[in-house]
Design a protein around this ligand. Structure first.
Ligand code: F6P
Length: 369
């Protein structure tokens, strides 16, 4: 791609839940931009910093030595939707929302930003649409441990979360085997089962419960009993937080009405463990991995992906491309219209080859026997 400099000053923000690899993107974009004489204004705490005009110019030094660090040096927010920002409460206690787009546009102009690089998941990509409509060039970089963003096969952070979940599943094996227990490990992923599917296969889980395939509690119980009868006196279950029993409901841990995605999932592993004890009498325990999956240093593959995404984002800007999101499809780096990734979730298709591979080694999805 030809490298000219159609932009002089760009804004860079990280939105949504933090995720390993964010700093690697910040480093790649900033170093590349500075190398082309472009200034990078770091916007603090995602769109919140744009609303509150909290920014800082990023230097080479600021982004040195951050490649391996988890989190984001810019901070993040998963509540600040510029078009629908919670500014207090109504008399009935519900949140009062206000459209902050005009204020953000004034701040973008005041800062002299020629473009925004928005690093985030579907909430962040959706948040950018209002600026695109007002003529601001937005370039998206896909992040999320959930790997559920439309338009890309892979988001950075996912492979690190899978590794952490796999390590946890490996570790509960010893307790499961020593105490002849059923161990249920709950992993994140919202309404998509990518983390559960990949870590479950990697750790050789006996049962994987996905949001995409409602499970039959009787089958879960029977699989545990059959293993016991075969002399395998333990069972490892990898449950996605969004998994639900057939005809039942997802388990909600809390709701946050000020957040664009108000539902926080959590607790299905407890439900599954107690169902198993009731139905089989087998001693069962559960572990909710939670935010551990988002923390710490990114695995090598995520550092590579994040660095390549950052570089590609700069290529798009330097090539005068508008409103694109960097993507990884079929083993190649590419880009898609940013709007394509907004407001949709990429879930696990029922005919995904990894599900077939899992079934062929005897893993149950508790949907059929
Ligand atoms: O989208 C990333 C994610 O970690 C999900 O897997 C999880 O459901 C959610 O964020 C948790 O959100 P919070 O950090 O607000 O608890």
């Amino acid at each position: 791609m030809a490298r000219t400099a159609p932009v002089n000053r760009i804004g860079l923000l990280t939105g949504g839940g933090d995720c390993p690899g964010l700093n690697a993107v910040i480093r790649a974009v900033t170093k590349d931009a500075i190398g082309h004489g472009i200034e990078v204004v770091g916007i603090e705490d995602g769109y919140l910093g744009l609303i509150e005009n909290r920014t800082r110019l990023l230097s080479h030094d600021d982004v040195s030595n951050i490649l391996t660090a988890g989190g984001t040096i810019l901070g993040s927010s998963n509540k600040a939707n510029p078009e629908r920002f919670a500014v207090g409460k109504n008399q009935d206690g519900t949140p009062k929302f206000q459209d902050m787009t005009d204020l953000c546009m004034r701040n973008i102009e005041m800062q002299g930003l020629d473009a925004l690089v928005v690093v985030g998941g579907d909430g962040t990509m959706t948040g950018s649409q209002v600026f695109i409509k007002r003529g601001v060039n937005c370039i998206g970089v896909p992040k999320t441990i959930d790997n559920d963003l439309h338009g890309t096969d892979l988001t950075f952070g996912f492979l690190t979360a899978v590794q952490i979940a796999t390590d946890a599943l490996d570790r509960v094996h010893t307790t499961a085997a020593s105490h002849h227990r059923v161990m249920v490990v709950e992993v994140m992923g919202r309404n998509s089962g990518w983390i559960a599917l990949h870590s479950g296969v990697a750790a050789g889980a006996d049962i994987i419960l996905l949001p995409e395939i409602p499970f039959d509690p009787d089958i879960v119980a029977r699989v545990c009993q059959q293993r016991s009868r075969r002399g395998k006196r333990f069972t490892i279950i990898c449950a996605a937080e969004g998994a639900k029993p057939a005809g039942g409901k997802i388990v909600i841990e809390r709701t946050d009405p000020t957040s664009p995605d108000p539902i926080r999932l959590g607790g299905v592993s407890r439900l599954v463990a107690s169902m198993i004890e009731q139905k089989t009498g087998l001693e069962s325990r559960y572990v909710v991995l939670g935010h551990v999956q988002r923390g710490g240093t990114p695995v090598a593959a995520d550092r590579v992906l994040a660095t390549s995404f950052g570089d590609y984002a700069m290529d798009l800007l330097l090539g005068a491309k508008k409103n694109r999101m960097v993507a990884y499809q079929g083993g190649q780096y590419t880009d898609v219209a940013l709007v394509e990734a907004a407001g949709k979730q990429r879930t696990v298709p029922h005919d995904h080859p990894l599900m077939a591979a899992a079934r062929s080694v005897g893993t149950s999805f508790a949907d059929r026997e």
